[in-house]
Design a protein around this ligand. Structure first.
Ligand code: S3P
Length: 177
């Protein structure tokens, strides 16, 4: 299903470290749209950090909180939404995003993801990144077909933020958005 150009939200999807938040912030500025980081919204709604939700309540509880936050997004103004890397795992989340906006997959190769995550070591909010490169590679491989299925547009995000934003803007223009 393809959403009408110009209507609804712009959902940025992709693996941890693919640049969703940075790219989303800049894209929202360029489009004069509201920017929402779904992980921040989850933490605010739940009153706990992402790390705390994972460690105290477990991943299934986090996925439920993530689903509830997605459903509660203020979509009226057509915000740019940086999702969390696992939002595409729930079918209901994928169909909600398909109904309400345009889904842009920020595709980034493993080597670049590792480089970014390793240089951001110590940053919070990524309990699934334990420093185990093989486990990360396995998770990326497992999720890649899901990102592909959930995407309407796929953009390379291994390059500088400004370049990726420029490419998204060009692709939106092509679609008449
Ligand atoms: C997750 C990615 C994180 C965060 C949570 C789970 C995932 O967000 O939602 O730790 O399952 O890939 P980022 O993709 O913004 O790092």
């Amino acid at each position: 299903m393809s959403s009408p150009p110009g209507a609804g939200a712009i959902f940025l999807t992709g693996f941890m470290g693919s640049g969703k938040s940075m790219i989303g912030r800049e894209l929202a500025l360029r489009l004069h749209r509201l920017f929402i980081d779904l992980d921040d919204l989850i933490a605010r709604r739940e009153g706990h950090s992402i790390d705390h939700i994972f460690s105290a309540l477990g991943e299934p509880a986090f996925r439920e909180a993530e689903h509830r936050a997605l459903m509660a997004l203020p979509l009226g103004s057509g915000p740019v939404v940086a999702t969390g890397g696992g939002v595409v795992l729930k079918r209901e989340n994928r169909s909600f995003m398909a109904r309400t906006g345009l889904r842009v997959w920020l595709k980034c190769p493993l080597a670049e993801i590792l480089r970014r995550l390793e240089s951001a070591a110590g940053e919070s909010g990524r309990p699934l990144w334990t420093g185990d490169r093989q486990e990360l590679a396995r998770l990326l491989e497992e999720r890649t077909p899901v990102y592909a299925e959930a995407a309407e547009l796929t953009v390379d995000s291994s390059v500088a933020t400004g370049e990726t934003v420029g490419e998204i803007l060009r692709r939106l223009e092509e679609r008449g958005a």
